[in-house]
Design a protein around this ligand. Sequence first.
Ligand code: SF4
Length: 320
Amino acid sequence: MMGVQYTFDLDQIFSKPGPLTVAYGMGTDSTALLIELVKRGIRPDLITFAETGSEHPRTYAYLPIINAYLLDHGFPTITIVQYVPKRFKNGPYDTLAGNCLANKTLPSLAFGRKSCSIKWKARPQEKYILKYWPPGMEALKTKTPIRRLIGYDAGPKDSQRGAIIPNPKFYYAYPLQFWGIDRQGSEDIIKEAGLPQPGKSSCYFCPSFKPNELKQLALEFPDLAARAIALEDGARPNLKVIKGLWRKGTKKRPGSWRAYLEAFGLLPEIRPEHYSATPSPLPPSSYKAAIYPGLMVYDHTTDPLFYGKQTMPALEGILV
Ligand code: SF4
């Protein structure tokens, strides 16, 4: 069996055979990575983004912006994949929020693990590439590693990271690190390209939220903040060690989002539907393109209304 392969030599990865793919996160670093690829004339064969059904609205809002940029530069648009759960212990769900609500638990990051990203982000993208994307299927047949570019930046935090589930069928590289581009550098690249900043890409209840991000969520999207608190409330009887989405808390903030919002008088109205695993409060996708076993694959450019509905000025209030 091939070992997991990483490279810091980009000339080497760009000259290798095998499909060139980008793991796009719709956040600052991976957006800067796409722009740099455009500037350097390195066109990937596929750009994937995995959607949990529970992304922050600013992430959905950025999609038509980056797709328009990619189309303008002759790049492939974003292929969106979504994990489709099949077996349910405690009732159906179709999003990560629903997953937590149905099972009365929190996203695994709250417990210091990464299985929420693995199940809803990394695996669906790799499954699509290996099982349903023809160039990926061909590469698998000929045992040619698929090149996978990841937008980790050159800052101290991202430099410690590796592929979330290393898979020997892929050849991973982190071009921003090779080019010495840190978070500020990524923001500058996006600005120079004339694009708005995408901000952080995450689920709207991600335990990695900073206190000011939670306050902003409660003020701008009280329905989503209410659902995040419903996740905590539902999971509370099962929490033995941690207190909530922020785990045990620190001197600066409690472990529970509910306690934090209550302290600031920002607790939104939480209605019975917020505790329901389905449907999600986010609008259903109108652009479903293909359904595979355990996976849905969307191409937003196939929705003729999408660009008409989502114009740059209309998004200004959402993007940071
Ligand atoms: S954004 Fe946060 S909650 Fe969502 S999958 Fe990633 S780590 Fe889990």
